[in-house]
Design a protein around this ligand. Sequence first.
Ligand code: PHE
Length: 357
Amino acid sequence: MADIDSLREKFLSDINQAENLDQLTSVKVDALGKKGAISSELAKLGQMDADSRKQSGQLINAVKQEITSALAIKQETLAKQALELKLKSEKIDVTLPSRPAPQAKMHPLSRTMEEISAIFADMGFVIAEGPEIETDENNFTALNIPAEHPARQEHDTFYLKPDADGNRPVLRTHTSPVQIRTMRSTSPPIRIIVPGRTYRSDHDATHSPMFHQCEGLVIGPDIHMGHLKATLIDFCRSFFGVDELPVRFRPSYFPFTEPSAEVDIGCSREGGGLKIGAGDDWLEILGSGMVNPRVLENCGYDSTTTQGFAFGMGVERLAMLKYGIPDLRTFYDSDLRWLHHYGFMPHDIAGLHTGIV
Ligand code: PHE
């Protein structure tokens, strides 16, 4: 029996000293496992006579009980400790301040192009693009501006080196060549909007040699001036966020549209400040017109059955008017203080009702 007593002592002390669940499991196996010390003692009972079997049996079973419940208690304690340790290591300090606000701001020109695109996308337009280095044909000739046309001088074109055939590529002077590219590569109906960079050799407070335009083109079988007017009135009112904004169509001239109209919006210049949507003064914001039949024919369309309208606007000018930016040159200065003042939060998505504050 001394044997059983010392086993009892040993296992109870092992259980007591176990530092984690793994150690406790191995104590359990050593004591109660198939080949464990207590199990072997129980196995020996079979060889004993009835009296000693009864006596030893009671003793061993009592020790087994004691070890089993000591194991259970220790198991619970260790499991609790393990959980506490885990919770401690995974603790989140909710009192810490949140992540600092992002430093980056979106440039007002990108933002303005997104706003323009969002408004036209809502009307079913898709975005089209073209290269900034254009052929003379796409930038001028196909748009009904032949070599000796006076409009060529007005464009202050940057010409590149002529190719082997003597054709001089140009830095596109407007986004209108994308009209030609689109009409020549797809068939009607067409409804595109073309935001992009354009170039003219001109540099002062109101002109930059690189600037941005946004072109629009709609082609279909029954397109007429009424569609042009409704589309552009809706656009102006959405863009400036003024429901009753006065919009005026003034006769004008562009070689690629006939008739042509410049679009003015109502404003007031009283007291030196410009106020959009009020007063009885006018501000020109875009050029437009019905696509000239010659341009349609240049693109292989039958101008007696297919019509369309086009328009073009200066993105810098629209951004300056909407956001009160007084000097065009500051758009390209890369001055971070300026960007912080005029820039936009990158996650602030442009929509019909956002933008104006
Ligand atoms: N391309 C013209 C410009 O640069 C704008 C325009 C586009 C006018 C389409 C009419 C139609 O001034």
